[in-house]
Design a protein around this ligand. Structure first.
Ligand code: FAD
Length: 520
């Protein structure tokens, strides 16, 4: 007789859920937990109270306590301020997920689409103190005990995504994995509101009327009606490599390199050049689930070591697949990493494709969005469009600003949405406030923010200094595109347009200090 598979208890399932870092598994376990508890995972109204009432695992109790503490902040008004409103978040990178959490706490119904089906990035993200406090307060330590362990100020991207995904799910965010956002559809005469199309098409998603779309889609920049400025600081070729961390005494003994630059440690870099023929501008080493290195290498030495086969002035040509030798790249990165850190005979991690986890990236062409937000109104229905994270301002990874500025930007987007949902909202005032912050954004570092990180919230005043002195860098009336006002906006607001590039600037808005330092 066939034995039936024993069903896991909710306790067991929730333990697995807490420990998993696999995107599909986390979702599947969550659905199973909901089914066993008799809570409908598709129910968006009242989902959080329902699961909180039924899920009694001690870790869940700790998480709910932390989430209740956060949501008791006056900014959320008990979740009533955006109640009944609907938001689409594009992208389950750290920034999209973090934003989804805030929007859910404001009481909105949140759907998030992510075109990928797995979390695969081992690369480590540097976290500023406010980010560590923020994540700790959301329960990161409950879900991942090694979070911010000792002096650790970084986390691998996939661990961070998995933590934020779990919190989002508990708060009732509907996460659509393997679904790509395509287009925005204008309200119709027959009463439909702002809709979206996706691939594959999801029946529920295409029937919802949205009040806001927050795009944190990395370098894809899919949202129409935004312009991006391209800046070309100088040729900068970044390399990342991850080695297996066996957590042995030998692994522990190797000291992290918070950020060595040729300006600060000329001797180390000179030795690397004379002994190994490797020329770097900087290198960072973080120890986490992997030994992770990110470095910027000089083109000449990449050519001399056979990594780049043929020189070209055109960066795309230079870095095209057929012009890069992956084996030589792995050897180059391995030699540079081990020489600078003293790590002995490490094994390179295999990525999800079974290939060595080493990559070469171009930081020569960077994008920065001209504006962070727009409000569009058609047939009396407003839609807020915001961009956040790498979409707003592409980071130079060795500077370690990506995730930190990403969180700040998506808090600002959530705050703006809150403003728009409030009574008597003035779209122009909201645009002015959001765009003023963008003026100072490239100069934001941990040390230029408000000191009291324990009291940061989505309210920008709790995080930025001297906001009342800052003006938007553009005339924000252009960003309010309403069919009931004289047309001002010149960009198409709907359809599959994506960002329009509006010129190239050769002087970067990232200062040299930012490019080379991770001190902050
Ligand atoms: P991302 O993390 O890039 O997330 C964007 C998400 O949007 C992606 O998951 C993408 O699949 C999804 N998406 C895009 N278009 C659509 C669409 N149309 N529909 C649905 N989903 C969509 N930073 C460092 O500091 N150090 C590093 O070593 C480092 N390595 C990186 C390696 C890679 C391959 C990438 C892409 C980024 C790396 N970064 C690194 C940058 C860092 O990951 C980001 O700054 C940080 O994750 C915050 O990004 P985000 O959430 O804004 O965007």
């Amino acid at each position: 007789m066939a034995m039936s598979k024993p069903t896991s208890s909710v306790e067991q399932l929730f333990t697995k859920f807490c420990n998993s870092i696999s995107f599909p598994e986390i979702q599947q376990l969550f659905d199973e937990i909901c089914t066993q508890l008799g809570v409908d995972p598709n129910q968006q109204d009242g989902f959080y109270p329902a699961i909180k009432q039924s899920l009694k695992h001690w870790k869940a109790t700790s998480l709910f306590q932390l989430l209740d503490d956060r949501s008791s902040l006056p900014e959320y008004e008990g979740g009533s301020v955006c109640a009944g409103r609907r938001v689409l978040v594009v992208g389950a990178g750290p920034v999209g997920l973090r934003g989804a959490i805030e929007l859910a706490m404001l009481g909105a119904k949140v759907d998030l689409v992510e075109k990928r089906t797995e979390f695969t990035r081992n690369n480590c993200l540097h976290l500023w103190p406010f980010c560590i406090t923020d994540l700790r307060n959301l329960g990161a330590k409950v879900l991942y005990s090694r979070f911010a362990y000792g002096t650790l100020e970084h986390i691998s991207t996939k661990f961070l995504q998995s933590i934020l995904l779990k919190i989002s799910l508990l708060l009732g965010v509907k996460v659509h994995r393997g679904v790509s956002f395509d287009e925005i559809v204008e309200p119709t005469e027959t009463g439909a509101g702002w809709r979206v199309t996706t691939t594959p098409q999801i029946a529920s998603l295409s029937s919802y009327d949205f009040d806001a779309i927050i795009a944190a889609d990395g370098n894809k920049r899919t949202l129409p009606g935004f312009r991006s400025r391209v800046f070309r600081p100088k040729l900068a070729l970044g390399i990342t490599i991850n080695f297996v961390n066996n957590n042995t005494a030998k692994d522990s003994a190797v000291k992290e390199l918070g950020g060595l630059s040729v300006m600060q440690c000329s001797d180390t870099f000179a030795t690397l050049t004379t002994d190994h023929g490797i020329e770097l501008e900087n290198i960072i080493y973080f120890k986490n689930e992997t030994h992770y290195f990110v470095m910027t290498a000089k083109k000449a030495s990449l050519i001399n070591k056979g990594v780049i086969k043929k020189d070209s002035k055109d960066v795309q040509e230079l870095l095209k697949r057929s012009n890069v030798c992956n084996e030589a790249l792995a050897d180059f990165a391995d030699e540079a990493a081990t020489s600078c850190s003293g790590l002995q005979n490490p094994e390179i991690v295999r990525n999800h494709r079974g290939e060595k986890d080493v990559a070469l990236f171009d930081f020569t062409t960077m994008h920065e969005s001209e504006n962070a937000s727009r409000i569009v109104e058609r047939r009396g229905k407003k839609l807020l469009l915001c961009v956040a994270g790498d979409t707003l301002l592409q980071p130079f990874w060795p500077s370690g600003t990506g995730c930190n500025r990403g969180f700040l930007g998506v808090f600002d987007a959530a705050w703006m949405f809150r403003g728009l949902c409030s009574e008597g909202a003035d779209p122009i005032k909201l645009l002015e406030e959001r765009e003023s912050i963008l003026t100072i954004f490239p100069q934001i570092f941990a040390h230029t923010l408000q000191k009291d990180i324990a009291h940061y919230s989505i309210n920008p005043k709790t995080r930025y200094r001297g906001l009342n002195l800052i003006k938007p860098r553009m005339d924000v009336t252009q960003l309010y595109d309403s069919d009931s006002h004289p047309a001002t906006a010149s960009m198409p607001m709907v359809g599959r347009v994506g960002f329009e590039e509006i010129g190239v600037s050769h002087d970067s808005s990232d200062s040299e200090e930012e490019r080379l330092s991770t001190e902050n």
